[in-house]
Design a protein. Structure first.
Length: 181
């Protein structure tokens, strides 16, 4: 996976891992909308509620069931399922497909930075727990902020301004030393 090549940032070049389009899209969706799990779990909860109401309506024909008890049970489900899903999404260990998708969706500089940081975390003697999905998302965001297109454009603009200032200072230094004649 690593070679002797270097990226523009000086980090070791990492080849793009083989992933499926579905894995890259899933990683992108989860990364951008971490809260989509709440929507999915809410739809699951609504489906379970609809099923329970249907069952309760069938049971109500036979015996009397108070609707406030059913509503209380549904409220517990409505609160518990999204909280359970969100806690599992952020705190679970990042699966291998998610690591490959993160490396595959990054540019060369971002991929090299992300690989180095993941390698540091994985081989740290102080870290005993696995790399979680939340940590992977944060590292990916850090790589994007450090090597992304917006940062690259700003960095190039600052370097061009710096070169102009250096040229101006050289001209002033040559003028002050009397080399202008």
């Amino acid at each position: 996976m690593t070679t002797n090549q270097r990226t523009a940032s000086g980090l070791t070049f990492i080849t793009r891992p083989a992933t499926t389009v579905i894995a890259r899209v899933a990683f992108s969706i989860i990364r951008h909308w971490r809260w989509t799990g709440i929507v999915v779990s809410s739809m699951l909860t609504a489906g379970l509620m609809l099923l329970s109401i249907t069952l309760a309506a069938g049971l109500q024909a036979e015996e009397s069931i108070r609707s406030d008890y059913i509503g209380f049970l549904f409220a517990i489900l409505l609160i518990a399922v999204p909280v359970w899903h969100v806690s599992r999404l952020e705190l679970r260990a990042a699966p291998a497909w998610m690591l490959r998708a993160a490396l595959a969706t990054a540019t060369d500089n971002e991929r090299a930075f992300l690989f180095e940081r993941l390698l540091q975390l994985a081989t740290s003697e102080w870290r005993h727990d696995p790399i979680t999905s939340g940590v992977l998302f944060d590292l990916f965001k850090e790589a994007r902020l450090g090597f992304g297109d917006r940062v690259r454009g700003k960095r190039e603009r600052l370097l061009a301004d710096r070169e102009k200032q250096v040229d101006l200072l050289r001209n002033l230094a040559s003028f002050a030393s009397g080399d202008f004649l």
